[in-house]
Design a protein. Structure first.
Length: 119
């Protein structure tokens, strides 16, 4: 597996662990619908949460969360719409980003709730 793929996989594992530690139930990982992939679908008492995980080795070119582009957001919306319909979900949907930044002393995980409102 290529190094960037391994880094991405590690970032997703850290994101899942972070979410679980904070009381989220993980419903799906790597959910695919057509050309869209949702890294993590989780839920809490109020929401079903679409989580986009962005992992980087440096923030020189920007923070990991800054790499979620409008085209990706469109794909996430399309995929979660299908997931909600297939699973007859009644809860509201929220879109979060988990940013994972590799540093010398380990990884820094940051969870941005309602992340698309930040852009």
């Amino acid at each position: 597996m290529a190094e960037h793929n391994e880094l991405g996989k590690k970032g997703e594992e850290l994101a899942v662990a972070h979410l679980e530690q904070n009381g989220y139930l993980i419903l799906e990982t790597n959910y695919i619908f057509q050309k869209a992939e949702i890294d993590i679908i989780a839920q809490n008492n109020e929401y079903v949460i679409v989580v986009e995980v962005k992992t980087r080795t440096t923030d020189v070119f920007g923070l990991p969360q800054e790499f979620v582009k409008p085209s990706k957001i469109k794909l996430l919306v399309k995929a979660i719409n299908e997931y909600v319909e297939q699973n007859q979900i009644e809860k509201e949907i929220r879109f979060d980003i988990v940013s994972v930044l590799k540093q010398k002393k380990g990884f820094v995980v940051e969870h941005l709730e309602d992340a698309f409102f930040y852009f």
